[in-house]
Ligand binder design. Structure first.
Ligand code: XLS
Ligand code: MG
Length: 350
């Protein structure tokens, strides 16, 4: 299960340590113990993952000196090697610190913007030491609760300056924007992958600016995730995915991939397979959370199930007869095309 060949694609899987979490939500405290990090790594390996996604402070606390950060990062690198896992990316976690209450690089407060930039540079140092070029930006608080709180022109300029500053800091890193339209803020600047690529094109090095698409984030915009993925793939910009599922326009649920809408999940796998995802070393990442009601001993099943559903959908993708699809498209018999796909999902062999 470590690798699946499907269509033009080679799928290998990654996961973040926050995907095994103790179940706290805005309305209640943790209900499970935080698992020891090494236990998580053993479990990830056992389930078939090949890489780990990191926030900077998943590697070591954010306030360590540069020397201690380097030491801790080297230790983490050794641990990963021992467990047979690779680092996929590092993402600066800019949304939990008191200095980023009102955002990092779009904060109105200059000293807070400075902190956000310094911490992001440090995340790049960690990525280098760990051995990955990928920096993921999930711009959690780069937006507003009320429109008038920040000057949008100033915010867009700060956004661009920030991206340029990161690209300048290290000429080898690539930036993957993971856009989400809302939550925690009411409205994020650059709510979609298209917005981010639009700004990426204005940076000093557009070829190092790409996209990580999370299924639930597309759904929160009301857009089909497979279309977002195809859009980025067609532009050569899909450098990461966070597969999960989402039941309508609510909070970001991070449900197991395929658990809500199998056909929607199928379309994502089909697009990734046709688009040759993974052939340049991209990882199929999960970003899923166990339900709060899940007991400790089985709070890993959301990961196992997501992988199993993905693998089963690869099986469905392999059974798609492209000639049948073309014929039905040519005849404009979309009812039959829909029925064909639904029958495949219900187990039909052809
Ligand atoms: C939150 C995001 C987050 C990122 C990593 O909605 O999905 O978990 O993937 O910073
Ligand atoms: Mg995510």
């Amino acid at each position: 299960m470590n690798q699946i060949k499907c269509g033009n694609a080679v799928f290998r899987f990654s996961v973040g340590p926050w995907n095994m979490h103790p179940g706290a939500d805005p309305f209640g405290p943790p209900v499970r113990n935080e698992l020891d990090f090494l236990e998580k790594l053993r479990l990830f390996k056992k389930l078939g993952f090949g890489a780990v996604q990191f926030h900077d402070d998943d590697v070591c606390p954010a306030d360590l000196s540069p020397a201690l950060t380097r030491k801790a990062t080297r230790a983490m690198k050794a641990i990963l090697r021992e467990h047979g896992l690779e680092p996929e990316f590092v993402a600066p976690r800019l949304w939990e610190d008191p200095r980023t209450i009102d955002g990092g690089w779009t904060s109105n407060e200059p000293k807070h913007r400075k902190y956000a930039l310094e911490r992001s540079r440090r995340a790049i140092d960690i990525a280098n030491e760990l051995g990955t070029r990928r920096i993921v930006l999930w711009p959690a608080r780069e937006g507003t609760y009320v429109r008038e709180a920040k000057d949008p022109f100033a915010s867009y300029k700060r956004y661009l300056d920030y991206l340029n500053a990161l690209l300048d800091y290290d000429k080898k890193i690539v930036i993957l924007g993971e856009m989400k339209p809302n939550e925690p803020m009411d409205a994020a600047y650059l709510p979609t992958p298209g917005h981010f690529l639009g700004m990426g094109a204005q940076t000093k090095d557009p070829k190092r600016v790409g996209i990580l698409i999370e299924s639930a984030h597309s759904l929160l915009v009301g857009v089909d995730p497979s279309d977002d993925m195809a859009f980025a793939l067609a532009a050569g910009k899909l450098w990461g995915v966070h597969l999960n599922d989402q039941d309508g326009l609510k909070f970001d649920e991070d449900k197991a991939f395929g658990a809500v809408n199998l056909r929607r999940a199928f379309n994502q796998v089909w697009v990734l397979a046709r688009g040759g995802f993974g052939r340049k070393g991209e990882w199929v990442g999960l970003d899923v959370k166990a339900m709060r009601s899940q007991k400790q001993a089985v709070a890993w099943k959301h990961l196992a199930n997501s992988l199993a559903f993905f693998e089963a959908l690869c099986g469905v993708v392999k059974r798609v007869n492209e000639a049948t699809v073309s014929k039905l498209r040519d005849a404009r018999d979309y009812e039959e095309l829909e029925a064909y796909v639904v029958r495949l999902l219900m187990g039909a062999r052809k």
